[in-house]
Design a protein around this ligand. Structure first.
Ligand SMILES: [Zn+2]
Ligand SMILES: [Zn+2]
Length: 394
């Protein structure tokens, strides 16, 4: 029987070197030619059964066919960076004004490692594994683009897993792994409201219709949605992060614009908040004799983990790192992830591989110019994912 744990440990150095190579050439957005060339070359060298790249399609999809009957498991890793000037001082630090400050370089390297492991035991692998390398996670465009290109079809993916490394969740040490049933990360949407009135002199308010007064009322009333209308056990956030209106203290403006973000963990709350922002802003404007134009930018849905997949995944984690090192992520985060879009189309599970340093001074938040990962844990991700592929219920 193929010893995934030992084989993954033996691959550790290789995974680290892939990560460092990817780290040095960070790219952002839907097109990442250098990163994609690197991944495609490595997959080709390994001898995967097929690679889909280019030809108008986004990202990279590769297929590994197993020697036993079974379904099609999708394993997803993102590979995009951020527009941040790196300040880690690492020997493989990027110098092109972009930076892998979220750990996606490690995600891609770990998926390459997973591919290597699965190819080494392909006779034992039930069904097929579709490796999904995704660009543009940070701006929420990549998963959507790949799904439109048909990544979940031909052959149809019956289940999908993926991981995030770094320090997104607290209370973990390196060497541990985190899972969660149900909601792991939030839905994120944006809204913009333009309040319109009738401008004029600040000394004659009775001759005007003041849009700033409407916006002020609306901002206060919007706070009531979460505090008065949403179940306290169903986390949600409505934040107004921008308010723009007026040019001088003695002028009543013609318009006032507010913009904000909505975070929540369920579709029903998402629908309710969206509906109520509409109603509240329009009613506040009408009450003060003006009008409001409300628009929404639909972001990603919540990351919702399937129970059966998560149970099997948890078992795989326990086999790899021991039950004492497998913990439930206690609280979901209000951050968003477009992994959610894959999970909307096939049951699956997104899990957390902490890559923290013991030395606290080396741990920086994600998206920080000094963000870094403890590379010692890299073998664990591929080991868990490959072991899950070999042992999951079909
Ligand atoms: Zn990020
Ligand atoms: Zn990320």
């Amino acid at each position: 029987m193929f010893d995934v744990r030992e084989r993954a440990r033996a691959l550790q150095e290789q995974i680290v070197s892939w990560r460092r190579a990817l780290h040095a050439t960070p790219e952002i957005g839907l097109e990442a030619p250098v990163t994609e060339r690197f991944i495609v070359d490595e997959l080709a060298k390994m001898g995967v059964d097929s690679i889909v790249h280019g030809g108008g399609k986004h990202g990279i999809t590769a297929l590994i066919k197993g020697g036993r009957p079974g379904g099609v498991l999708g394993i997803r890793a993102d590979y995009d960076a951020l527009r941040i000037t790196e300040d880690t001082g690492l020997p493989f630090a990027a110098t092109n004004g972009n930076m892998h400050a979220c750990g996606h370089d490690a995600h891609a390297a770990m998926l390459l490692g997973t591919a290597r492991l699965l190819l080494d035991c392909r006779e034992e692998l039930p069904g097929s594994v579709k490796l999904i390398f995704q660009p543009s996670e940070e701006d929420g465009k990549g998963a959507d683009a790949m799904i439109r290109d048909g990544v979940m079809e031909d052959p149809a993916v019956d289940s999908v897993i993926g991981l995030h490394t770094g320090n997104l969740w607290k209370g973990f040490k390196h060497g541990e792994v985190g899972y969660r049933f149900g909601a792991l990360m939030a839905a994120a949407d944006w809204f913009k409201v333009t309040f319109s009135g009738k401008g004029g002199h600040g000394a004659t308010p009775h001759l005007t219709i003041d849009p700033l007064a409407m916006a002020a009322q609306a901002v206060i009333m919007l706070q009531q949605i979460v505090s008065r209308e949403v179940n306290p056990f169903d986390p949600a956030v409505v934040t107004v992060g921008m308010i723009h209106g007026g040019a001088m203290p003695n002028i009543i403006a013609q318009e006032c614009v507010i913009e904000g973000t909505i975070r929540c963990m369920s579709q029903s709350v998402r629908d309710h908040i969206t509906k109520r922002i509409h109603e509240i802003c329009e009613e506040a404007a009408r009450a003060l004799r003006g009008s409001a134009l409300v628009s929404f930018g639909a972001g990603t849905p919540p990351v919702l983990n399937d129970r059966a997949v998560t149970e099997d995944l948890k078992r795989a984690m326990e086999d790899i790192v021991g039950a004492e090192n497998v913990h439930e992520v206690e609280e979901p985060t209000m951050g968003a992830e477009d992994m959610a879009l894959f999970l909307e189309r096939a049951p699956g599970s997104f899990f957390f591989l902490p890559a923290l340093f013991d030395d606290e001074s080396r741990n920086f938040p994600h998206h920080h110019p000094k963000f870094d990962l403890n590379e010692e844990v890299f073998w664990i991700g591929p080991a868990v994912m490959a072991h899950y592929a070999l042992t999951r219920r079909q």
